[in-house]
Design a protein around this ligand. Structure first.
Ligand SMILES: [Fe+2]
Length: 182
C-alpha cells in the first residue's frame, strides 16, 4: 500500500490518513487489482518487456482504460518499464524529478515495482507519496509535483493520456525540500 512522507519526516501508511493529507490537492488514489491472469502475472515478473509483451500487458488491463475512455475522455495509454538496465535511466528521470506541472492530469497505474510522487500542497509544504503495485493515481492538472524512483529503481506503470501534449512538464522553479539526493 501507499506510503506518505511528510515534510517533518512523519511516515503515514494508513490509507485514511494519507487521503486526509492529500485532500487539499484533490489527488485520487485507488486500489486497482491486476487480477489473477497467470500470463499477465508472468509478464509482470519479468525485468524487461519487448513491444509485443507490452501490448499483451496493456490488453490484459484494458477494462480500466475503457472505463477512463467512457467516463473521462481518455484517448491513449502506454506502458513504461523502468529498471537499472535501461540505458540513460538517469537522463530519463531527470526530466521529471524537478518540480513541474502539466496542462492535463497525470494519470498512472503502477502494476509492478514502485514510484515516488512528490507534491507541493496549498500551504506550500511538501510531501512524498510512494505508489506501489496495483495502485492508480490521478494528479490533477496544474498540481506542482515531481516524480522519481525508490532505490530499487524499478517500475512498470500504465500511463493514460487525454492528449500527449498535455503531459509536457512545465517547470515552476520551486526548490524541492524532500527527496533531495546528496
Ligand atoms: Fe509530471
Amino acid at each position: 500500500m501507499a506510503i506518505l512522507k511528510l515534510q517533518n519526516g512523519t511516515i503515514l501508511t494508513d490509507i485514511q490518513h494519507i487521503a486526509q493529507e492529500l485532500a487539499s490537492l484533490n489527488i485520487q488514489l485507488n486500489r486497482w487489482s491486476v487480477g489473477e491472469n497467470p500470463d499477465l502475472r508472468r509478464l509482470l515478473a519479468q525485468d524487461s518487456l519487448d513491444e509485443d509483451e507490452k501490448s499483451q500487458v496493456l490488453k490484459a488491463l484494458d477494462s480500466y482504460f475503457e472505463q477512463l475512455q467512457q467516463t473521462a475522455g481518455y484517448q491513449s495509454r502506454d506502458l513504461i518499464v523502468l529498471n537499472p538496465g535501461i540505458p540513460n535511466l538517469d537522463g530519463l528521470l531527470a526530466k521529471f524529478d524537478q518540480i513541474h506541472t502539466h496542462a492535463d492530469d497525470e494519470v498512472r497505474y503502477v502494476i509492478d515495482g514502485e514510484a515516488i510522487f512528490g507534491f507541493v500542497r496549498r500551504d506550500r509544504t511538501q510531501v512524498e507519496l510512494t505508489v506501489q503495485p496495483e495502485e492508480y493515481i490521478n494528479v490533477p492538472a496544474g498540481t506542482e509535483h515531481w516524480f522519481y524512483l525508490t532505490p530499487a529503481r524499478r517500475v512498470k506503470a500504465v500511463r493514460y493520456f487525454i492528449s500527449t501534449e498535455g503531459w509536457v512538464p512545465q517547470y515552476t522553479g520551486r526548490k524541492k525540500l524532500l527527496g533531495v539526493r546528496s
